[in-house]
Design a protein around this ligand. Structure first.
Ligand SMILES: [Zn+2]
Length: 263
């Protein structure tokens, strides 16, 4: 079985590298349903869909193993956000108006089913989103949302300060946003160079062909400059090491919860 799993992991890495991303996204649920039987087991557990597997699927440019849930397509960061929302926030209890920018697949149907949420999705282009706009200029009223999600978006945005200010503007006072970005923990200051526009050069400089900067440990300060009060939530303080392994979380990933002050 271990050999079969290794072969399957290699096959997935091979195809993920060669199949265009839009095709992968379109057929992702069909694809994971086909490979799921090879991952039958109980070693890892997805807190979002509740399913257990021998391992998660490989994912990402480098095809790192044991990342993507074949039950709901969650990655480490989605499982982290879910655990925070479920166990450390009032998200599933209070009546809330929610804006979800670039909505992630594991969350959309689950959030839509929550009767306490008035849930709106938005994206620049995606046909599955309710609204389409550029987050540097959001066509929505001031102080209108209790919670905003905008994960792994700001690293693609030309003027992230303008986008942060817009996200702040649409939040109600006392509202909060989860604004995850990839962070290079070795780096203190965010690295940005607007003269780098070639996709290959961007990949070399910022880690992905369509990223326009590489955030460093100053990310919280950048959010604070836009007006937010930032809470760094470290899940390792609340879960034991066995749970971190079972849920396959990235223990070094902090959640950036950006609060808009009450007044
Ligand atoms: Zn799952």
């Amino acid at each position: 079985m271990a050999n079969k799993l290794k072969i399957m992991n290699k096959l997935i890495k091979f195809f993920v590298k060669r199949i265009p991303r839009p095709v992968l996204i379109r057929f992702s649920f069909l694809f994971v349903a086909l490979v799921r039987p090879f991952y039958y087991g109980r070693k890892v557990e997805c807190p979002i869909c509740g399913k257990r597997f021998r391992s998660f699927l490989p994912y990402g440019n480098k095809g790192r193993s044991n990342r993507l849930c074949s039950g709901c397509l969650s990655l480490e960061r989605h499982r982290l956000i879910w655990l925070y929302l479920k166990d450390f926030s009032r998200f599933f209890n209070d009546n809330m108006k929610v804006l979800h920018v670039a909505p992630e697949q594991p969350f959309i149907s689950r959030f839509k089913k929550c009767k306490n949420l008035d849930y709106n999705t938005a994206d620049l282009l995606s046909p599955i989103a309710d609204m389409h706009f550029d987050i540097m200029k959001i066509p929505l009223a001031d102080n209108s949302y209790d919670a905003v999600f905008c994960n792994h978006v700001l690293e693609h945005v030309e003027d992230d300060f303008a986008a942060m200010k817009e996200l702040y503007r649409v939040l109600k006072p006392d509202g909060w946003a989860i604004l995850q970005v990839p962070i290079d923990a070795q780096r203190q200051a965010t690295y940005e160079d607007k003269s780098i526009t070639d996709p290959k050069e961007r990949e070399k400089a910022f880690g992905q062909y369509d990223h326009v900067r590489l955030y460093g440990r100053d990310y919280s300060q950048r959010l604070e400059a836009a007006g937010f009060e930032v809470e760094n939530f470290d899940i390792t303080k609340y879960l034991n090491p066995e749970q971190i392994v079972r849920y396959r979380l990235d223990a070094s990933e902090l959640l950036y919860i950006a609060h808009k002050p009450k007044c």
